[in-house]
Design a protein around this ligand. Sequence first.
Ligand SMILES: Nc1ncnc2c1ncn2[C@@H]1O[C@H](COP(=O)(O)OP(=O)(O)OP(=O)(O)O)[C@@H](O)[C@H]1O
Length: 256
Amino acid sequence: MSEPIVRYNDVHKSFGDVQVLKGIDLDIQPAEKVAVIGPSGSGKTTIIRMLMTLEQPTSGSIIVDGKNLWHMEKDGDLVPANEKHLRQVRGDIGMVFQHFNLFPHMTILENCMTAPIHVQKKDKESAKKDSIEMLEKVGLGDKLDDYPAMLSGGQKQRVAMARALVMHPKIMLFDEVTSALDPELVGEVLEVIRDIANEGEMAMVLVTHEMEFARDIADRILFLDNGVIAEEGPPMDVLENSTNERLQSFLHRFRT
Ligand SMILES: Nc1ncnc2c1ncn2[C@@H]1O[C@H](COP(=O)(O)OP(=O)(O)OP(=O)(O)O)[C@@H](O)[C@H]1O
């Protein structure tokens, strides 16, 4: 097996007195697709927000592509990471949120071009070319000059995906990206994720309540319960064959 692209080592996270993650050990392989399921409040979002450096573990470490997220080497010692180090690590990771977080005053093309120009320091022409290519890939090649307010929720979410993809991340994180959508718009967004997954190159971590979708595209499903990974394995094992009672009752709620 190759070196993992992501490694969590005994990661704990507390907010005040509340222990949200209680010892997460997890390796994710390059190109692996991992779906995270679990009850509300079990820590699913916190797990992936930590990968994006939006939250810092209370203890334990997270390694992304060989780089420690929060610490860097200096003169042979591990010291707290500086902004430059964090920017470098973040460069490997793209994230799509439940709420689209688009810039309302920019066209969708400008929304996509901003990070390549300002973060990756690409020239405007190549940022534009890449952004158009990604927007075409998510089916929005005819909307380049529209503003976010002119788009449906599904289209906005597809812009958010193009904006993350244009950075060519090694890992894509999806945090309940269909939860805020009207039911009839969910399919078009899942279809785009499925296409990205089928290309196969990137590792993907998806927090989702779409069990059928998780079954279809994930290599592995993690059931997070009360801050620990209570069950994990291939979709069939987790969704059909597990004897974990908490998992069974969680799944039962989706089936009824
Ligand atoms: N910034 C924060 N400050 C304080 N508490 C927080 C913070 N972020 C998360 N929490 C708490 O941590 C717990 C886990 O939250 P998290 O969002 O990771 O759960 P989740 O499994 O994604 O839930 P859901 O399915 O409802 O989105 C919750 O009790 C939440 O209130």
